[in-house]
Ligand binder design. Structure first.
Ligand code: AMP
Length: 214
């Protein structure tokens, strides 16, 4: 199945799409992860992308689209994929649609992970990641009293773009550029709303149910 995960920053698309991809045995493709990997390794792409990401802005469409289409050409995508954080603009969605059509494919389901807007800032500013095992944690939800990874014991870090001033810019970008994708995919009859549910486990269960996997 070819899947897209839509939703505001902090809606939980990363966690949800990772679980779904594992269950369906399809690759999880996150443009944010690809950019962060390149930033960490100081590649040319990383340097360019960081100019935008550090300010909470979107990386230009042309650059982002070429990264995703290159990735989708790889063999492991032939039975499906879960796109997390892409597309984020109408031009990206149109480029993806064109690319897939040229390869005899289409999006089967665009899951719109809905979330109560007032919890987003709290959720993003309390988010931490582990640079060693790559886990993502929430200081309050995971009841962490110190910034130490509960899985492997490494020191947890905060994403630069999870600092409050950048979060607000990212949310503005979402409303301006990404939210219109909800109607774009609704008009293609592939949109499925996943209503806001408190607690990540229950939210994941709701998504799996929508997709008919349990
Ligand atoms: P994420 O991990 O999905 O929250 O992405 C982190 C940041 O990477 C975003 O705030 C954007 O600056 C950039 N980014 C990720 N995906 C895209 C995309 N599809 N188009 C443009 N910028 C993106």
């Amino acid at each position: 199945m070819n899947l897209i995960f839509l939703g505001a920053p902090g809606a939980g698309k990363g966690t949800q799409s990772t679980v779904v991809a594992e269950k369906m045995n399809i690759p999880h493709i996150s443009t944010g992860d690809i950019f962060r990997y390149n930033i960490k390794n100081q590649t040319e792409l990383g340097k360019k992308a960081n100019e935008y990401i550090s300010k909470g802005e979107l990386v230009p469409d042309e650059l982002t689209v070429s990264i995703v289409t290159d990735r989708l050409m790889q063999d492991d995508c032939k039975n499906g994929f879960a796109l997390d954080g892409f597309p984020r603009t109408i031009p990206q969605a149109e480029a993806l649609e064109k690319f897939l059509a040229e390869h005899g494919k289409k999006i089967d389901n665009a899951l719109n992970i809905q979330v109560d807007e007032n919890i987003l800032v709290e959720r993003l500013s309390n988010r931490r990641f582990c640079p060693k095992c790559n886990g993502t944690f929430h200081m309050i939800e995971n009841k962490l009293t110190e910034e130490i990874c509960p899985v492997c014991g490494a020191e947890l870090k905060q994403r630069d773009d999870d600092k409050e001033e950048v979060i607000l810019q990212r949310l503005q970008e979402y409303h301006k550029s990404t939210e219109p994708l909800i109607d774009f995919y609704r008009s293609r009859n592939v949109l499925t709303d996943v209503p806001p549910i408190i607690g990540m486990e229950k939210a994941i269960a709701a998504t799996l149910k929508v997709l008919g996997i349990e």
